[in-house]
Design a binder for this molecule. Structure first.
Ligand SMILES: Nc1ncnc2c1ncn2[C@@H]1O[C@H](COP(=O)(O)OP(=O)(O)OP(=O)(O)O)[C@@H](O)[C@H]1O
Ligand SMILES: [Mg+2]
Length: 280
């Protein structure tokens, strides 16, 4: 259970997030929407402490996240995985190693420096890639994958952290609609099957409506809507995006007809058994 109380962040004179207060029960799938500059990324980054709060507090399961330091802060950042619009993979490293990097803050510095991963970790990494349907890419350099595949690698890496919370900052903003659907389906599956709280910033209203049980709308750093998709009326949408824009749902939509099955991509390692890929 998350409790945000009067969470505020200023950058100089600019107030990016202004006195945001809400609770999120464990296992909820929450979409955060709003115009560019509304404060969505800053809010997520404060939750995982990539950015410090100017004032207010964030409490998770009774622990004050906003004042964690040292090892406790690193533990929190492990429990609270984050994925980004630009994937943040190491492009020249193979996919499997990128996924294994998600284990780094579970292990000792010495093992990490030696880049040694255990057999169990490798099996876990292959399992995560299989779950995302991209195990056949395990030995390719991550930079050679399509955007949709790279985002799935990033999700697999996040799963290796065995997080309680998954934060996603515009995870589909760089993807075509088919890959956007695959990635959102994966996030939903993680939320539903693993009970992981998912908080995702989204720039498309229809995606938030389709995937999130709760939508938080931000404007000028403040929460101006907090409710279920069915409560998101035209007036609420106008308040979030600004009445002056004459916003229509289609303007924030990625909807197209999505083919039933994803075409199979040819990869260098196609045909190899997943565990063989992991060197097992
Ligand atoms: N490191 C920073 N230094 C100065 N100003 C910042 C910084 N980070 C964010 N801001 C400002 O805070 C405000 C909120 O930015 P934020 O990135 O959180 O918005 P956003 O809703 O994520 O926008 P977008 O949809 O474009 O990603 C903006 O005015 C932005 O310019
Ligand atoms: Mg942003």
């Amino acid at each position: 259970m998350f409790q945000l109380k009067s969470v505020t962040r200023q950058f100089g004179k600019k107030t990016a997030v202004s006195s945001v207060t809400f609770d999120i029960p464990q296992g909820q799938m929450v979409g955060v929407i709003g115009r560019s500059g509304a404060g969505k990324s800053t809010l997520l980054r404060m939750i995982n402490r990539l950015v410090d709060l100017s004032s207010g507090s964030i409490v998770y399961d009774g622990a004050e996240v906003s004042s964690l330091r040292g090892a406790a802060l690193r533990n929190w950042q492990r429990d609270c995985a984050m994925i980004f619009q630009q994937f943040n993979l190491v492009p020249r490293l193979d996919v499997l190693t990128n996924v294994l990097l998600g284990r780094l803050n579970h292990r000792s510095t010495v093992l990490s420096i030696l880049n040694m991963f255990t057999r169990e970790e490798r099996i876990m990494a292959i399992g995560a890639l299989e779950r995302l349907g991209i195990e056949q890419t395990a030995l390719q350099p991550a930079g050679t994958l399509s955007g949709g595949q790279q985002q799935r690698v990033a999700i697999a890496r996040a799963l290796m952290q065995q997080p309680k919370v998954l934060l996603a900052d515009e995870p589909i903003a760089s993807l075509d609609p088919l890959n956007a659907k695959i990635v959102m389906d994966a996030l939903r599956d993680i939320n539903e099957r693993d009970g992981i709280t998912v908080i995702t910033n989204l720039h498309t209203l229809d995606t938030a409506r389709n995937y999130c049980e709760r939508i938080i709308g931000m404007a000028h750093g403040r929460v101006v809507f907090d409710g279920q998709p069915k409560d998101l009326t035209a007036a609420a949408v106008a308040e979030i995006y600004g009445a002056d824009t004459g916003i229509e749902e289609s303007m924030t939509s990625t909807s197209i007809n999505i083919p039933a099955a994803e075409p199979q991509e040819e990869t260098a390692s196609a045909g190899l058994k997943p565990l063989a890929l992991a060197g097992i």
